[in-house]
Design a protein around this ligand. Structure first.
Ligand code: NAD
Ligand code: TYD
Length: 339
């Protein structure tokens, strides 16, 4: 099986590539990634000399680049996206470009080269739900430019299945966590800040709820959908680990034996969704279920960030530093130095 993985130098994509190469001896993977601020070749250092793995630096929005690369591939798995809600609020343009137009370019490449297509989407396309859980048939009501772009991308993907009869599958996963996640996202930001005795900027009252899934469980679910899912269908993916941000923050601090005084309640994110929750019966009918216990996986994730300090220190001291300073410190009036 020959996979074209886009965005494979990011968090989930890099975990997916390592997982696929480890699981299937006959797999070969092309990783096409633009290496934006979120893409990091260090995430796949351990497989870069594997003869089954090829890295190509490039933009999914370029049909001249994408179409020849897709030739001969069995499936395109599209992880490439601008993925951070906060950045979509300060600058939506690149989200619409990559997450919508880029998806269209990849779908055209799949159509011309007879490739299968998996669109990695998000539970955020549904918007917030105060009680119960969203089904795959629920109305889409995205709140941020990020989730709206993801909704746009997956609707185009679905239309290619309906119109051209292409083998398209769509996954809508809940919040992932695990190794190699960029330290702008809640869990790695708070782990690394706490290690450095820096403030943890918790938005609003910290009572927003997310359903956390360990990244490898999501990778396995994507494979289950790809291998056993029904063409043209959408599959929610989640592990049922619903916690408030305050609860998750408490668990991180307690694992690191750091004081609660590091928590700083700051101005809320505009349009902040209160709760995400998806019903996952459909993907479970394929025989998939999460195999990682949340608390144990969080503990291991904390240990990974402790043991891989050079990985995140490089990111936090590079281009990210300016964003980090203006976003977290100047914006919220926090002191940058250790508290
Ligand atoms: P990430 O930001 O860590 O990685 C995105 C990758 O895409 C980076 O390597 C980046 O360089 C690459 N990229 C961005 N624009 C590109 C372009 N124009 N051309 C080629 N490559 C480009 O994101 P992630 O957290 O790994 O998420 C991967 C996918 O999963 C995204 O589509 C995201 O919407 C979706 N998703 C993520 C989560 C989550 O919790 N992280 C949950 C549900 C769905
Ligand atoms: P995030 O990791 O950005 O994922 P998403 O917005 O896609 O769910 O944020 C997870 C939750 O944590 C979300 O409710 C926003 C909140 N959050 C904070 O409170 N402080 C922060 O510094 C960040 C990055 C997120």
């Amino acid at each position: 099986m020959k996979y074209l993985v886009t965005g494979g130098a990011g968090f989930i994509g890099s975990n997916f590539i390592r997982h696929v190469l480890g699981k299937y001896k006959d797999a070969s993977v092309i990783n096409l990634d633009k290496l934006t601020y979120a893409g990091n070749k260090d995430n796949l250092k351990d497989v870069e000399n594997d003869s089954r793995y090829t890295f190509i630096e490039g933009d999914i929005c370029s049909s001249e680049l994408v179409e020849p690369v897709a030739k001969g591939c069995d499936v395109i798995v599209n992880f490439a996206a601008e993925s951070h809600v906060d950045r979509s609020i300060s600058g939506p343009g690149s989200f619409i470009m990559t997450d919508v137009f880029g998806t269209y370019v990849l779908l055209e490449a799949a159509r011309k080269n007879d490739c299968g297509f998996v669109q990695v989407s998000t539970d955020e396309v549904y918007g917030s739900i105060s009680e119960g859980s969203f089904f795959e048939t629920s109305v889409l009501s995205p709140s941020s430019p990020y989730s709206a772009s993801k909704a746009g991308g997956e609707l185009i993907a679905k239309s290619y299945s309906e119109t051209y009869g292409m083998p398209v599958l769509i996954t809508r996963s809940s919040n992932n966590f695990g190794p190699f996640q960029h330290p702008e996202k809640l869990i790695p930001l708070f782990i690394t800040n706490a290690i450095e005795n820096k403030a943890l900027p918790l938005y609003g009252d910290g009572l927003q709820v997310r359903d956390w899934i360990y990244v490898i469980d999501n990778c396995e679910a994507i494979l289950a959908v790809m291998e056993k899912g029904r063409t043209g269908e959408i599959y929610n993916i989640g592990a049922g680990n619903e916690f408030t941000n305050l609860e998750v923050t408490g668990m991180i601090l307690s694992e690191l034996k750091k004081p609660k005084s590091l928590i700083k309640l700051v101005k809320d994110r505009p349009g902040h969704d209160k709760r995400y929750s998806v019903d996952t019966s459909k993907v479970r009918e394929l025989g998939w279920k999460p195999s990682h216990d949340f608390r144990r996986a969080l503990k291991e994730t904390v240990a990974w960030y402790r043991n891989n300090r050079a990985w995140w220190e490089k990111i936090k001291s590079g281009e990210f530093l300016e964003y980090y300073r203006s976003h977290y410190y100047e914006k919220h009036g926090l002191k940058e130095a250790s508290q």
